[in-house]
Design a binder for this molecule. Structure first.
Ligand SMILES: C[S@@+](CC[C@H](N)C(=O)[O-])C[C@H]1O[C@@H](n2cnc3c(N)ncnc32)[C@H](O)[C@@H]1O
Length: 246
């Protein structure tokens, strides 16, 4: 899988691409990430990438030419990437979207800055993506959020793929169960007895209960939907009945 990230602030990505799971995925060649400085594709000798908005108003707008020139250069092999543009009003990023994106061979992410990008850049964009209803100074953090969520889904990136299945939103959208580690008692707070029992079946059942309890509390609509679609097992329906009666 390959990412091409178009930005005016390429250094922001340095740590992200060197550390942790993502750093390993890059250094082990599981994923290729090219961070491209939009400024390198500016026409003039001052490498200007932004200009004042037509019609007046505050701030600057990213010019279309450097971005489209970078796109042309990166796609001259004839391979078209799936192009994302970070925008506060875009489709809200989700685990579902991350799963869909993880199936793509090649993704380009265009990071907006200032007041945003010239509207004509959108002629090459497949999807505008938001990471939430708030406004950031640029699309670099959203690009890292998107890449992080997508790259960890690429086969072979996580040491233990079992952990993907237990993640929130992965198993039919259910939320994850709570985790504990040593010590068994900390400041008087005890780890639930069942987790110390070594009884795998009971632990699995407890985790299922906790996951359903959490989802029921935070997203009851999803539980209702799964019920109506017949996507809950008999055991899960019984657990839910028990939870509701307590
Ligand atoms: C200051 S913002 C521009 C805000 C824009 N003028 C508006 O009306 O919302 C600069 C850039 O940051 C990025 N950005 C800011 N918030 C974002 C969010 N919640 N999700 C994705 N990208 C965001 C976009 O690329 C945007 O073009």
């Amino acid at each position: 899988m390959r990412f091409d990230v178009l930005t005016v602030l390429p250094n922001i990505f340095d740590c992200f691409l060197q550390e942790g799971v993502i750093g390993k995925a890059v250094s082990h060649g599981k994923v290729e990430v090219n961070v491209i400085n939009i400024r390198d594709f500016a026409f003039d000798k001052h490498k200007v990438v932004d200009d004042v908005p037509y019609g007046g108003g505050p701030g600057m707008v990213l010019k279309p030419e450097p971005i489209l020139r970078a796109y042309d250069e990166l796609t001259k092999d004839g391979e078209k990437p799936y192009v994302l543009l970070t925008e506060p009003w875009g489709e809200t990023f989700s685990q579902k979207m991350a799963i869909e994106l993880s199936k793509k061979e090649r993704i380009m992410i265009i990071c907006g800055r200032y007041e945003g990008v010239d509207e004509r850049v959108k002629t090459i964009v497949d999807k505008e993506v938001s990471i939430g209803d708030f406004v950031l100074t640029g699309g670099e953090l959203p690009a890292m959020v998107i890449m992080d969520a997508v790259i960890r889904l690429v086969p072979g990136v996580l040491g233990n793929e079992e952990s993907l299945r237990a993640d929130s939103f992965m198993d039919r959208g259910l939320l994850g169960y709570p985790n504990y580690t040593r010590p068994a008692v900390f400041r008087g707070m005890k780890v639930p007895e069942v987790l110390l029992s070594g009884h795998h079946k009971k632990i699995e059942l407890w985790r299922k209960e906790q996951s359903l309890k959490k989802t029921l509390k935070k997203n009851p609509k999803l539980i209702e939907e799964l019920k109506q679609k017949g996507l809950l097992t008999k055991e899960e329906l019984e657990i839910l009945k028990k939870i509701k009666n307590t």
